[in-house]
Design a protein around this ligand. Structure first.
Ligand SMILES: Cc1cc2nc3c(=O)[nH]c(=O)nc-3n(C[C@H](O)[C@H](O)[C@H](O)COP(=O)(O)OP(=O)(O)OC[C@H]3O[C@@H](n4cnc5c(N)ncnc54)[C@H](O)[C@@H]3O)c2cc1C
Length: 434
């Protein structure tokens, strides 16, 4: 008998799980379900449009999707087209790989004002996520504050200051290219509550900020320590040393060097969004860092701006009938086991941190559990799901369909762009003749 496995979510965590099951030689069928007609989760809708090399990891996932055991069920939303309870009836094992694709805000007064846009929404907008395509953010402001000191904050700042020419070999959609090009944005402030040593940038992303055509990074030398001190972890120590060296190099830039500026601000926590209906500024409190924690100093200042983007992490939503840890925003699990025959991997298991490959061990662990728990299987899986969806009139997007969508996107690309992404579900389903 064959074990029937349903994986909900086709981002990295879902694909690493499928890959681990195959490599482990588990006799199984694997159905990869996604609410979108396109696979790869945040590789397509999170990773920056000008970081195409990073997106190439999806080629390895494609091989997994094309293996005999796997079937892609795109355009199938669990909770709408089929419930989790129904899937658990149909399959021996169900894996939650639904990620954490929702905004986490900074939790300060005024975040309901127009002009405050969470990073998940903003990043989704510039990556042509069908849910965010119509956001139409108001970029008619000379200055923007991005709250956060991680790679997502850097991605957002970079995309806002790069020129159309610099983006030509990216898959930034034309509506976003045009909106950014037309905007009067001159200053992007990236504000972190802790210091440069605690900032979570990777060095490649940080260095990139010193190589832009029309923008320079600005760093206040007074905020940079002489050295990083002694850290327990040697790898961490090297990364921090590199970052500090890069930030020290950035102090050579002056505002007059370029039309646009990315200000690296440290030791400042946001306390209130200012303005009437619309954002007019951000009030911050200066901090000092003690034992790695930021403490307010009671000294305040304000930055005038028309757009605030909190980039302080992403958030999972509770999954119906599954215990959820609201504080950590993850499903409750024991080393990846959620309930008999139900497992969790990736961001919905660990929270929104780490890079694509950080999700790989989750997949290996889930495959181990499934091999241990599910014996010879016996539940019908794929045939039951297909019949259920047919009965509901759901238009399943197969992997073959996805390849058609992908070919059409590549064919529509202009100049050095890798593809022109379809922006709406209707556009995508039209390509498939529906
Ligand atoms: C802005 C941003 C930039 C990043 N850049 C990089 C980078 O440059 N390099 C790097 O290594 N990492 C990067 N990462 C991290 C990387 O994207 C994540 O580690 C990874 O995507 C998490 O994988 P996941 O599978 O848990 O979730 P996701 O990738 O979010 O996948 C979840 C999938 O589940 C689907 N889904 C959700 N709910 C349902 C439902 N009810 N029914 C069916 N399907 C559902 C979603 O449509 C999605 O396809 C970035 C992350 C962000 C947010």
């Amino acid at each position: 008998m064959t074990v029937s496995v349903a994986i909900i979510g086709t981002g990295p965590a879902g694909f690493y799980t499928a890959d681990a099951l195959i490599k482990k030689g588990v006799d199984c069928t694997i159905d990869l379900i996604d609410r979108l007609p396109t696979p790869y989760g945040l590789i397509r809708f999170g990773v920056a449009p000008d970081h195409q090399t990073t997106k190439k990891v999806s080629r390895a996932f494609e091989k997994t999707a094309l293996s005999d055991a796997c079937r892609f069920f795109g355009n199938v939303e669990v909770g709408r087209d089929v419930t989790l309870a129904e899937l658990r009836e149909m399959y021996d094992a169900v894996v939650l790989a639904v990620g954490a694709g929702h905004d986490r805000l900074a939790g300060i007064p005024g975040e309901d004002k127009k002009g405050v846009i969470g990073s998940a929404t903003f990043v989704g907008w510039y990556n042509a996520h069908p849910d965010m395509r119509d956001l139409d953010p108001d970029l008619d402001t000379p200055s923007v504050v991005v709250i956060g000191n991680g790679n997502v904050a850097i991605d957002i700042a970079r995309v806002l200051v790069k020129t159309r020419e610099e983006m030509a070999d990216s898959d930034l959609p034309e509506y976003a290219t045009a909106a950014i090009e037309a905007s009067p944005i001159k200053d992007v402030y990236m504000m972190g509550r802790r210091g440069p040593i605690e900032a979570k940038f990777t060095n490649v992303e940080l260095r990139e900020m010193g190589e832009l055509k029309n923008a320079v990074p600005l760093v206040d030398p007074a905020q940079l320590p002489a050295d990083v001190g002694d850290l327990d972890n040697l790898r961490d120590q090297r990364l921090k040393e590199k970052n500090l060296a890069t930030l020290k190099e950035f102090t050579k830039f002056k505002p007059a060097d370029a039309a646009k500026h990315v200000h690296f601000g440290f030791y400042a926590q946001p306390v209130e969004i200012l303005g009437g209906d619309h954002v007019e500024g951000l009030r911050l409190e200066k901090t000092k860092v003690e034992n790695g924690r930021a403490m307010g100093t009671g000294e305040f200042f304000e930055i005038e701006c028309g757009l605030v983007i909190p980039a302080v992490g992403y958030r999972s939503l509770p999954v119906a009938d599954v215990p959820f840890d609201e504080e950590k925003s993850v499903v409750v699990h024991d080393d990846g086991r959620v309930a008999p025959g139900l497992y969790a991997v990736g961001w919905v298991k660990r929270g929104p941190s780490g890079v694509i490959s950080t999700n790989r061990p989750d997949g290996a662990k889930a495959a181990e559990h499934i091999a241990e728990d599910c014996g010879a299987g016996g539940k019908p899986g794929r045939t039951a799901l297909s019949a259920h969806l047919e009965g509901r009139g759901v238009r399943i997007v197969t992997f073959e369909d996805w390849k058609k969508i992908e070919s059409a996107e590549i064919a529509a690309a202009e100049g050095p762009a890798p593809r022109r992404k379809f922006e709406t579900l209707t556009e995508i389903l039209n390509v498939l003749g529906h």
